[in-house]
Design a protein around this ligand. Sequence first.
Ligand SMILES: Nc1ncnc2c1ncn2[C@@H]1O[C@H](COP(=O)(O)OP(=O)(O)OP(=O)(O)O)[C@@H](O)[C@H]1O
Length: 259
Amino acid sequence: MTNEANSIPAKMTARNVDVFYGDKQAIKGVSIDVDRDNVTAFIGPSGCGKSTFLRTLNRMNDTVVGARVTGDIRLDGEDIYAASMDVVQLRARVGMVFQKPNPFPKSIYDNVAYGPKIHGLASGKGELDAIVEKALTRAGLWNEVKDRLTDSGTALSGGQQQRLCIARAIAVDPEVILMDEPCSALDPIATARIEELIHDLRGRYAIVIVTHNMQQAARVSQRTAFFHLGEIVEYGATTDIFTNPREERTKDYITGRYG
Ligand SMILES: Nc1ncnc2c1ncn2[C@@H]1O[C@H](COP(=O)(O)OP(=O)(O)OP(=O)(O)O)[C@@H](O)[C@H]1O
């Protein structure tokens, strides 16, 4: 499956995905292609299933008791729900950043070094140091923390903690980064830093961001999917979704008529 705009194969594809929590269906027949070189935003009113669908992309729903996912989801053509899929490996390839920064109660260094260590990505201390520096640099945090790498990650400001969590995801060399409302606990300055960072990371990783903030979706993404009541109502170029939506429900949402 290719993106009609540039013919580059999609990084991830989802086809006819349903998600149930017990008897309740939270996602209904969702199909979408996630571009490898763009930022994709998921928008829509509270409870419409954005986070639920995002979590299907790296099988985070596996950890939710009673959650069931059906349909077909692929990463570079590989079925991520296949029995042969190593879920730990998958979550390194498809990393995740959560709403509330959640650094481990460990040093800044160890927060970033943890993943590369368990995945055996470094053969010695020198290589591990280099991975940590590179991840913190890419996350725009290195200059602020390079002299205090042994301080606790939890002692950083909220915005710095969120960039540390992004560095932690980057350190295992992911292909896709999922972000679930990554700025909702941050002030406007910290939010602007994260948005700049998303801009800088674009192209290196496929990025999918769930956001409540339509201005943010318009600023950071090139593709936007509008979710409503567990379905994707409309998916397309962000500029089209915000300036020229095809569907009445999208128009109503972006003009603030509901949500
Ligand atoms: N662990 C769970 N168990 C049962 N129902 C759940 C669970 N998580 C979410 N739901 C339900 O699934 C539906 C979709 O929720 P979800 O959190 O995915 O929506 P959302 O669009 O991300 O909402 P928000 O923007 O408020 O975060 C909602 O009806 C919600 O109550």
